[in-house]
Design a protein around this ligand. Structure first.
Ligand code: ZN
Length: 482
């Protein structure tokens, strides 16, 4: 661990904050209301993830409303008239950013494991989704995942799923930041009979959530192997018109490239570039099978990629995404868990550990993707991939107050020599004690404050009974002689 490596940043925070020495009061504050007194998270080791990689022992983060007002080092005078959250002994990190997933699929977790991607999707997931996925399913599945993500330190997740209004409603209820919105796929989906209908309805969502404090509008297309290029192009254009994030699975499986060559006369990345789908705010999920030319194309476009190492490994993708090459080329690379049915958890600490080790393993080089690089991927990298790096991803004045406290005072994390090493290789989501999203405390003492967790689990068990019935019926019908 090092001391502060750059000058203290103390931005103007309004006249209410006279800077005159240490503050008093130590009770944990109530969730912040907009008009509440500023909150000082004081005494922890602040891992800022700013450009310089500042780590401030005994530092403080001043939160005013929904934003970070100042970062203070150990010796800086503390403002008066604030509520104080004692972070002594804890690590204070930016909220983690999960750049790719399908949150509602928590209700399908463990349903069909240990199968190849196309078998898993086409014989298990798609038939069950066609029958079961409805607004309530999506709401409760997303809410359940939001609890899991918040409790393990994720404050922003990017989602691709059906019934986006219900995804957004769950995220807003849980008070987690979500990149979500309408999507298209080239066959009848649970929410729309055709991609054209989905696109026609999409502006309603994009307009309703244009300025929402937590929901960042997005348009997604499932993939080129399920969705014709002209439909993908229309979705990308709509996203661009609304300055929304555009998400698509790309180059996840070895068959995609040949399929795209046959259908479009071009590879996956080339085809996406040809219709203007690559730009800042476009996220290519997986991006495993990329040529050097593809990486150069993505880098020059400003698009980002979502690296999902555990999903790729679990689905037997036999090579690793070229993450080190993409980073070297300047591509924003974030980390994603993918859906809970293909991982099978949403803990980004596990994802960081897997990412760091996977690339060392396949390259035979332990210096590839060092811990700090991987932690940056899970924070600023994800923010950049989503085009949200001016709002989230680091602890800096002016950014949204998405902040996580983690307690390293347990046997598995003691002693602590190197912060990033512990964060990537040794910590896990259960070390998280406190989470703020948009300035509000949503997890305290490891307990989520915004959601009735028992009720969410009760609902999930109810959906689980329906899923079992459908799976048995689908299995029985697939065995009937045709
Ligand atoms: Zn996915």
């Amino acid at each position: 661990m090092s001391g502060p490596r750059k000058p203290i940043v103390l931005s103007p925070v309004g006249a209410v904050l006279a800077v005159v020495g240490a503050v008093t009061g130590c009770a944990l504050p109530e969730p912040a209301a907009d008009d509440a007194a500023p909150l000082l998270i004081d005494g922890g080791t602040v891992v800022a993830m700013d450009e310089a990689g500042s780590i401030l022992e005994g530092g403080a983060v001043l939160v005013q409303g929904d934003s970070i007002a100042a970062i203070l080092d150990r010796d800086a005078p503390r403002p008066q008239g604030v509520r104080r959250l004692d972070a002594t002994g804890q690590l204070v990190i930016p909220g983690l950013v999960n750049v790719h997933g399908h949150a509602a699929m928590s209700l399908l977790r463990g349903l069909a494991d240990d199968l190849p991607l196309m078998t898993w999707l086409q014989q298990h997931i798609f038939p069950v989704e066609a029958e079961l996925v409805a607004p309530d399913f999506v709401y409760w599945g997303t809410l359940l995942s939001s609890v899991e993500m918040l409790k393990s330190g994720t404050t922003t997740f990017a989602d691709m799923y059906y019934f986006p209004f219900d995804v957004a409603r769950a995220a807003a209820d849980a008070h987690i930041r979500a990149v979500a919105g309408p999507g298209v796929i080239g066959f009848p989906a649970p929410d729309f009979a055709s991609p054209e209908e989905s696109l026609a309805a999409a502006p309603e969502f994009l307009e309703r959530y244009r300025d929402h404090p937590l929901v960042v509008p997005s348009v997604s297309a499932h993939a080129l192997y399920t969705t014709p290029l002209n439909v993908v192009a229309a979705a990308a254009e709509l996203a661009s018109d609304y300055e929304a994030v555009f998400q698509i699975h790309a180059a996840e499986d070895a068959t995609e490239e040949a399929q795209s060559q046959e259908a479009n006369g071009m590879g996956v990345v080339e085809a996406l570039a040809s219709v203007g789908a690559l730009r800042r705010g476009t996220v290519l999920a997986h991006a495993v099978y990329l040529s050097d030319e593809d990486i150069a194309t993505i880098a020059s476009s400003g698009a980002g990629t979502a690296h999902n190492p555990q999903s790729n490994m679990k689905l037997g993708i036999p090579q690793a995404a070229p993450v080190a090459l993409a980073l070297a080329a300047g591509v924003p690379v974030g980390l994603g868990t993918d859906g809970p049915a293909s991982n099978n958890d949403l803990d980004l600490f596990g994802e960081m550990d897997a990412a760091a080790k996977l690339h060392k393993f396949v390259s035979g080089d332990p210096s590839v993707l060092p811990a700090e690089t991987v932690f940056r991927m899970a924070t600023m990298g994800g923010a950049r991939a989503l085009g949200l790096d001016d709002r989230i991803g680091s602890l800096e004045p002016g950014k949204q107050a998405d902040i996580v406290l983690l307690d390293p005072r347990r046997a598995g994390l003691t002693p602590l020599y190197a912060v990033y090493s512990h964060l990537v290789y040794a910590a896990d989501g259960s070390d998280v004690t406190t989470v703020l999203v948009n300035g509000r405390i949503v997890v305290q003492d490891g307990r989520v404050l915004t959601v009735d967790e028992d009720e969410a689990m009760r609902q999930a068990r109810g959906f689980g009974d329906h899923v079992r019935e459908v799976v048995e019926r689908v299995a029985a019908s697939s065995q009937e002689p045709s």
